[in-house]
Design a protein around this ligand. Sequence first.
Ligand code: SF4
Length: 350
Amino acid sequence: METKYEVINQLSQKAYSKTSLSKDEIIELLSCPEEYTHLIFDVADKLRKEEVGDEVHLRGLIEFSNICKRNCEYCGLRRDNQNLLRYRLEVDEIIATAKNAESLGYRSVVMQSGEDGFYTAEKIATVVDGIKNSTDLAVTLSCGEFSKQDYKMMKNAGADRYLLRFETSNKELYQALHPDSDYENRIQCLHNLKELDYQVGSGFMVGLPGETVEILADNLLLLKELDVDMAGIGPFIPNPDTKLANEKGGLLIDSLKAVAMARLILRNAHIPATTAMGSLDPKGREKALNSGANVVMPNVSPMKFRELYALYPNKICITDDPGHCRNCITGKIHALGRSVAKDHGHSLKR
Ligand code: SF4
């Protein structure tokens, strides 16, 4: 009879050698006791080095509106949250923020917002056009669900990538958490984005109430099926201004396992060490970078608005100016023996 250590070691090696894992094998690795997780993290880190190298890509995050028409149960930006002061940046403010990010050395920005009706596809396209005409930045959009026609307009304006996390692959759980959204439409949006030749990012939360390890395995398999260019995975952190305030949050160790498994399954996808991981543990992002991640998304939003983009509590870096963030994260990356990438960090799948 094999010991647990031997089982985890063999399955980790199997995943590393590019042999597809069955769902049961993925579940076995996701259920790995903490004392053996280093076996999974080590092979994921080795594979990361081989597939995407030692360079870490920085994407400057511009949170340009915290206004949202949706009511996702876990999110501090949900429309029913009356405790949040709402803001939106003007078109020229977003472009100026992007230019500032470029002057700080960023090669890529992510424009993120709630689903703010003011920012129609046309208006977002105007911003993208403004950024592309005045900088050499790659632009990722993360602004929620739109029609295929709208996504096309933004792509034609020059958007390179789109980030739309499905959060959970379990339809019942998805509907419970997203009372005014539709799972099928979410997945259709991801297919539409792929058809329009965006570099597509998706991902999920770890530790949602009602989640099981089987669902986590399905989440990873869905990322593989979608053949995503980027996979964003982070812990669920309960927000006090939501109905889920008293739920247990996701654990860093479980999120790290999911990141490592994403690396082993998705091979050369870009995988961020998410801010939520850094918010759970001061070393959370470094731990993720040592477990398969190769991207960090520092905040470059104007200082006065940072506190208001309150997806979850205790978010890190909200009092640090963009220049400080850039230096701080560069220091952390160098301390790991890695370097900051100088290119745009486009998908390696093309
Ligand atoms: S998760 Fe996104 S769509 Fe849902 S409430 Fe928050 S900002 Fe809006």
